[in-house]
Design a protein around this ligand. Sequence first.
Ligand code: ZN
Ligand code: ZN
Length: 154
Amino acid sequence: MSHEGIRIVPEDVARKATGQQEELSREAIDPERVRVHQSEGTGVEIVWKDGHASHWTFAWLRAACPCATCVEQREADGREPGQPKPEPKTALPIFKPAARPNKVHAVGRYAISFDWNDGHTSGIYSWHYLRSVCNCDACRPGTDPAGAATPSES
Ligand SMILES: [Zn+2]
Ligand SMILES: [Zn+2]
């Protein structure tokens, strides 16, 4: 007679197995209000129809460009969307202006695109994509806002 036993799966493991690719509801990917703070340069705010609010800086959005070239580059570097390219270690610091869009376009009713100040224009940021990369504390519990990622200089 064999003992099957009771398998106890820790709750978070079980949730990971089932809920990882959670489907977003229609309301979750439908913006109620979109604000692009182009002249202030502070980024994009979206309030979704399900009540959720998202905010991204332009620098983050530039580094999360969803075009094929940028996605490939990020995959090659092992970067997450929004994670900037590592700066080349050169003796002379190269001045790079902060990313911001010269122009913002609506793409049909499902996306926006930016003409970035570095000349890049091919990324189409769909509502679905933006919601899936929401940067708020609730959606990104893994990131430490205390700044564990900031390199310490001595
Ligand atoms: Zn791109
Ligand atoms: Zn969120």
